[in-house]
Design a protein around this ligand. Structure first.
Ligand code: NAD
Length: 368
């Protein structure tokens, strides 16, 4: 029996996660996916209930779960809450306590939505790349950091880009293991031309791939060139591994190739457990809590549904079920169903639950 913790969060989180729950049930009924589902609070709703963005009890459940599925956190009503108790602090604690060091951000362009991209259709149609971003090291966490007063009317701001061998090695292994299940093509991005940490990144990635992944075709690309290549010819990449800072930027560039925020899933993974081989994992849509449309039944649940597809693939080793779910979403889009955020002329405008209904119907047609 698998064990999933759902943390719907705030705003549209509960609405989109409601649809995900129905999809999980479908896989239970039709595909023998035996799962026990628990729910808890995270974000502003947890602060209102417990005075903290995630309670210790919810954290314990997260640590015990095979996978955590999260909706979104935040909203204007918590803007003045102390930084340590802010809704986002719940996310940060989850990432830290689960030791999630690898962030997986796929950029998939469904042909039905290719017009929504800011690039020409032929550049993005069929795009399917995966950016693997290091999440717990680099310049966002390095010491020393801070702002000091130099006493002469000047101030100095410092952040430190720092990586150690083990951090580069483990993120490289996550990316390489995934690349082995895809096209066996891996690109790695840094700026070794101007940064020693980039030179180390380059050398360690080379070492790990040469030692343990001889079948992988490895390519290195400087991060600035990579940003350019992603908008020039994005389909040249399959899996791309990079550090925290460059990954932050490059994954947002890649995201926008696909058009809409309501379509983008993500996963964050920790180290594989020595006994089970299974990594701690958090799956969540890239979008936020969308307070402007919360409670109106308008939210697009596809990013959350696609995040569950990632859980099927990466945690539960059910690649065929993940493919089925992706094909169901594709069919729904091909049939012309659209939530407001991806609406196009002559298409059928639907709300959150009708989009969930359409995906379930497509699953019935494709997979029963
Ligand atoms: P947002 O992603 O919530 O919304 C940006 C725009 O996209 C809005 O117009 C929204 O209506 C639309 N949108 C987003 N997701 C959608 C969906 N599934 N379906 C249809 N439309 C969708 O970003 P924001 O407005 O900058 O932030 C709102 C709140 O969310 C803030 O409190 C922010 O801190 C928080 N936030 C949380 C996360 C997270 O939980 N991981 C991420 C980003 C922002």
């Amino acid at each position: 029996m698998e064990n999933i913790l759902i943390l719907p969060g705030d705003g549209i989180g509960p609405e989109v996660m409601g649809e995900v729950t129905r999809i999980i049930d479908w896989f239970g009924t039709h595909k023998g996916f035996e799962v026990s589902i628990d729910h808890d609070l995270v974000g502003g709703c947890a602060y209102d209930a417990h005075g903290a963005a995630i309670s210790d009890a919810a954290m314990e459940k997260a640590l015990a779960a095979d996978a955590v599925l999260l909706g979104a956190v935040g909203g204007p009503q918590w803007d003045n809450v102390d930084y340590a108790a802010r809704p986002e602090a719940g996310l940060l604690r989850l990432r830290a306590d689960l030791e999630l060091f690898a962030n997986l951000r796929p950029a998939i362009c469904f042909s039905a939505l290719a017009e929504a991209s800011s690039l020409k259709r032929d550049l993005v149609e069929g795009l399917d790349i995966l950016i693997v971003r290091e999440l717990t090291g680099g310049v966002y966490f390095g010491e020393p950091r801070g702002i000091t007063d130099l006493g002469n009317g000047q101030r100095r701001g410092v952040n430190t880009q720092v990586y150690e061998t083990y951090e580069i090695e483990r993120i490289t292994r996550v990316a390489a293991d995934i690349a082995m299940k895809r096209t066996k093509k891996l690109a790695s991005s840094e700026k070794r031309n101007v940064m020693e940490s980039g030179q180390l990144w380059f050398e360690e990635v080379n070492r790990v791939i040469a030692a343990d992944y001889p079948e992988i075709e490895l390519q290195h690309v400087l991060a600035d060139n990579c940003a350019m290549q992603l908008v020039r010819q994005p389909k040249q990449y399959d899996v791309l591994v990079t550090d925290n800072l460059f990954g932050d930027i490059l994954s947002d560039v890649a995201a926008m190739l696909t058009g809409s925020l309501g379509m983008l899933p993500s996963a964050s993974l920790g180290a594989p457990d020595a006994a089970t081989g299974r990594a701690r994992a958090l799956y969540e849509p890239v979008h936020g809590s969308a307070p402007d449309i919360a409670g109106q039944g308008k939210a697009n649940p596809i990013a959350s549904i696609m995040s569950f597809a990632m859980a099927l693939k990466y945690t539960f080793d059910r690649g065929a079920d993940a493919d089925l779910l992706e094909r169901a979403v594709m069919q729904v889009l091909d049939k012309g169903f659209r939530t407001g955020d991806i609406m196009q002329p002559d298409m059928q405008l639907v709300g959150t639950s009708a989009m969930g209904d359409a995906v379930l119907q497509a699953l019935d047609e494709l997979g029963s």
